[in-house]
Design a protein around this ligand. Structure first.
Ligand SMILES: *Cc1c(COP(=O)(O)O)cnc(C)c1O
Length: 637
């Protein structure tokens, strides 16, 4: 091994953490080791240090964890989606246009939807609602009448009426028929309210898409009409004299479609249906391809679940080419292409920042210089194996040491080995495993047992956040997110860690990390420094994470801070939202904090009468309880 120490530098950190690969052009590391964020790709002259933002947040009295949103990134992502489609259409000679519709479910926070309608207005970027509540939010937020307001989801009479009213007051509100039953009701309600609806139909595709959510596409999907149901719908509309209301063909393959081939196949099939409807006499003008535009979370540019094997430009070009190829043959005018991209628009703009509270280092402990006299033979064997180990026999020693460790555990259970002897056996075991791991690095080929030792021997970094609340997809579907320190990146990260959250739940941990080739089982991290916060960031968390979170262990919403990057690398705080207090999360699960407080005061009063505490002590205890109710649910320094 070559131990000539080449100094660690920021380039090595960029590479180690794959910043250029997953960062979408928004992040880099500065000479001083700080992670920097740019308002748009390539705008390094206006970059801001995330560590400096974190300092600013703490100076304003907000504790970690904090969800940091960078407004400019949302703006930039909307621009890039719209401009890339526009440029591709121009290049290929497409005669239609592009219109986006942001699906509210991806991040329903008022602030997010407001910013999307604001930044999107120059492109008439619209909204997609999948439920009544989302439609009500959308009607309140969207002011642009040219932008589309798409209503998906199963609709009852109230939902339909709301959509019809929206059309009456001038919105381009499109009611998408998801189920055969909906159409008669829509026809009936529109006659009753004397409103001419704009209709779409969601089609079932036979093309199957991979990915976590593949059930929402494909023949077996819950929503959408199959071909015979489509024809029935057409006949129903003809009978009602409303075929001219049918304007849109829609499908949704699922989210995070990693493989461009699946996207192309689906467009092709949808175009065939579109062409068929034109021939049936429908005046369709919109082709709505749903969501699915993926985010390359691990930076591998592959069809791995956390990645995508295409760029935004390829996505746009492939879609337009597929539409043109299908429809030009039949001399059908090019439709207005709609996509309902959610994930790709909002993922980049939020970063979860949290501090490390403590570390349990992996330590094999110090072994005694000589083995005690009355040592059982199993321990002697283990000791000897450790002494005799070389690079050549590590696999054999590995097998032996596991055997003897298990054997000593068994002997302990039947009372033939003392507690102290068993403890020595465990120490020998871990010392041997560490040594095997060290030696295995000199080998070219090692068994998977041995490659897994990095994970087994990593440290636990206890972090101030809840996986269940802030990264639900990490826990529920094993989604990978880029995680890394936001400072000290000019120092070599010499430790290997697994992250544990403060729930102390065995699922409350992150032990899978992004890697250009597959998945890493540990995260390179720095040693903690005394009296200095060590802050990690989880990136690309803007999509789907914020509202899926549950109240596991009653850890509530985190503080949220939104900044805007100004010229010359300055930034301003746009909004600060305090996270949930303990009283708030308790009330979500039907406790009444006032009554809890009253009951607690009574209990404390009884303690005075029982002579356990003084009246003065009661005052302090009651104050602490009250402060606890008002406090943040996370660890406060
Ligand atoms: C969830 C959903 C989307 C969003 O998909 P992304 O992959 O996040 O872009 C779009 N349309 C419909 C109908 C959806 O259900």
């Amino acid at each position: 091994m070559n131990y000539t120490m080449e100094r660690w530098n920021i380039g090595k950190s960029m590479d180690l953490f794959g910043v250029n690969e997953w960062g979408g052009g928004y992040f880099f590391i500065a000479e001083n080791g700080d992670m920097m964020v740019m308002p748009e790709p390539g705008a390094a002259d206006r970059a801001v240090s995330i560590a400096a933002i974190a300092d600013g947040i703490r100076e304003r009295g907000f504790d970690m964890p904090v969800l940091l949103r960078i407004e400019n990134i949302l703006d930039s992502q909307i621009t890039s989606l719209n401009e890339t489609f526009r440029a591709a259409m121009e290049e290929l000679g497409y005669n239609g246009t592009f219109m986006g519709a942001y699906p509210i479910k991806v991040n329903q926070q008022q602030q997010v939807v407001e910013k999307i309608t604001q930044f999107g207005s120059r492109y008439h970027h619209g909204l997609e609602a999948g439920s009544k509540a989302e439609l009500i939010a959308a009607m309140g937020m969207l002011t642009d009448k040219q932008a589309v307001l798409i209503c998906n989801g199963y609709k009852d009479e109230e939902f339909i009426d709301l959509g019809l009213y929206a059309t009456k007051i001038g919105y381009t509100c499109i009611l998408v028929v998801e189920m055969p039953d909906e159409l008669p009701l829509i026809i009936e309600r529109s006659k009753k309210l004397a409103a001419k609806p704009i209709l779409g139909i969601r089609i079932k595709l036979s093309a199957q898409a991979g990915g976590h959510w593949s059930e929402s596409g494909g023949e077996r999907s819950i929503f959408g009409l199959n071909t015979s149901q489509i024809i029935q719908a057409v006949d129903l509309l003809i009978a009602a004299g409303m075929l001219d209301c049918l304007k849109l063909v829609h499908y949704h393959l699922g989210s995070q479609i990693s493989n461009i081939r699946e996207i192309r196949t689906a467009v092709n099939e949808a175009c065939r249906v579109y062409a068929g409807l034109v021939k049936e006499g429908a005046q369709v003008t919109y082709l709505d391809l749903g969501g699915g535009l993926a985010v390359d979370y691990d930076g591998s540019q592959s069809n791995f679940l956390s990645s995508r094997n295409y760029t935004l430009k390829e996505y746009c070009t492939d879609i337009i080419e597929a539409v043109m190829t299908s429809l030009d043959d039949e001399q059908i005018p090019h439709p207005i292409i709609i996509t309902e991209s959610g994930r790709a628009l909002v993922a980049y703009y939020s970063i979860l920042l949290f501090n490390v509270l403590d570390v349990t280092r992996f330590q094999s402990g110090t072994l005694p210089a000589t083995m005690p006299e009355d040592c059982p033979p199993q321990l002697e064997y283990m000791h000897q194996a450790l002494k005799d180990m070389t690079v050549r026999n590590i696999q054999e020693v590995f097998n032996d040491v596991i055997y003897y460790r298990d054997e000593t555990r068994r002997l302990f259970q039947i009372g033939q080995i003392s507690l102290r002897q068993r403890s020595l056996a465990e120490q020998l075991f871990w010392a041997t495993i560490s040594e095997i791991n060290r030696l295995s690095k000199e080998l070219k080929h090692v068994s998977t047992d041995l490659t897994d030792l990095d994970r087994v021997l990593s440290d636990f970094y206890y972090c101030n956040f809840s996986v269940f609340q802030s990264l639900p997809d990490s826990w529920a579907i094993g989604q990978l997110f880029p995680i890394m320190p936001i400072h000290r990146l000019n120092e070599e990260p010499t430790r290997k860690g697994i992250l544990a959250d403060i729930t102390c739940d065995c699922d409350g941990k992150i032990d899978q990390f992004i890697d250009k080739r597959g998945v890493k089982r540990y995260l390179p991290l720095h040693e903690l420094k005394p009296h200095e916060e060590y802050i990690l960031g989880t990136f690309l968390v803007g999509a789907y994470q914020e509202t899926l979170g549950d109240l596991h262990n009653l850890l509530g919403d985190t503080n949220v801070v939104t900044i805007r990057i100004l010229d010359q690398g300055e930034f301003e705080f746009v909004t600060e939202q305090e996270g949930d207090t303990v009283a708030e999360v308790l009330s979500y699960v039907q406790y009444d904090p006032k009554r809890l407080f009253i009951r607690f005061r009574k209990t404390a009063e009884q303690a005075i009468r029982a002579g356990r505490i003084t009246a003065q002590e009661r005052r302090e205890i009651v104050q602490a309880y009250e402060a606890g109710l008002r406090g943040y649910t996370y660890f406060e320094r």
